[in-house]
Design a protein. Structure first.
Length: 285
């Protein structure tokens, strides 16, 4: 049963690593992956010395940290709230409602944002104008791009990400809740002393996995939300690699940038796992 998964991982995750050498060579279409001249760390140095390096790293880290700091606790809070609901019908309706946005494609999601946030025809733009904020284009303003990205990401994935926390809460012994009621515990005390301790191992594991992709802001959504006005804050490593590698045809340079990003994520993953193992004795390995 495990064999198909092993084969898929080997084919799509390990075999392509043969192409990592493109980051250290001058790629030549005629000579293939291994035919180009060996350049060592030249392209890594070129990226670090680039005038765009600071801005790209700043944008990537800002969006990633904002997504983690605000987006990571959101499904935990939602799971705790859903777990406290005792009316089963209302609980099922609410769960279905918050799960649905996850199944909306990114293209449709960005299309919805463009429609809703339009300063002329969007309902959000209309409400802001009626409240005296003027005709503000939230997707074109450098000060609002990150909040819009983070909030829309939470709205889309918060419900779906809460499923694993609800599964962890479902394993809690019901006798603990009965005992807490007998002792006169409030709902907050029940959450603090029963629910949260039950979630801690799951939270730690998922946080470690999240830190392994700390610079992975994703390509599709940011690229679709980009325009000439918000480009100073929306240009991240993923979109820059696409523009350099696919559009500008600088294959070796883009490979070096991608590998640089992966190495940073790898370091964060190992560091977070080591800290977690020492502090809480919970880790991936």
């Amino acid at each position: 049963m495990v064999l198909p998964a092993i084969i898929v991982i080997a084919l799509f995750n390990y075999v392509p690593m043969y192409g990592i050498q493109l980051a250290f060579r001058d790629y030549d279409f005629a000579n293939g992956l291994t035919g180009g001249e060996w350049r060592g760390l030249y392209y890594f140095k070129q990226f670090i010395d680039s005038y765009l390096f600071v801005d790209i790293m700043k944008n990537t880290v800002t969006i990633s940290l904002a997504t983690i700091l605000i987006g990571f606790p959101a499904p935990i809070i939602l799971a705790l709230i859903l777990n406290q609901l005792r009316w089963k019908r209302a609980k099922k309706v609410l769960q279905t409602t918050v799960y649905l946005p996850h199944f909306i494609s990114i293209v449709v999601m960005v299309g919805l944002l463009n429609v809703l946030l339009s300063p002329n025809t969007g309902i959000v733009g209309y409400l802001m104008a009626s409240m005296g904020f003027g005709d503000i284009n939230l997707l074109a303003d450098v000060s609002t791009f990150v909040p819009v990205y983070v909030i829309s990401d939470i709205w889309q994935h918060c419900g779906w990400n809460s499923i694993i926390y609800l599964a962890a809460l479902s394993s809690v012994d019901p006798q603990l809740y009965d005992s807490s009621k007998i002792d006169g515990a409030s709902r907050w005390q029940t959450i603090k002393h029963i629910d949260l301790p039950a979630l801690v191992p799951t939270i730690i594991i998922l946080f470690i996995l999240t830190m392994g992709n700390v610079l992975g802001t994703g390509f599709e959504k940011i690229f679709l939300m980009q325009n000439t006005l918000n480009l100073p804050v929306s240009e991240v490593i993923a979109t820059y690699v696409y523009k350099i590698g696919i559009i500008s045809n600088q294959i070796s340079y883009s490979s070096a940038i991608g590998l640089f990003n992966t190495v940073i994520n790898f370091i964060f993953l190992f560091a977070t796992n080591a800290i977690s193992k020492r502090v809480s004795n919970t880790s991936l390995w």
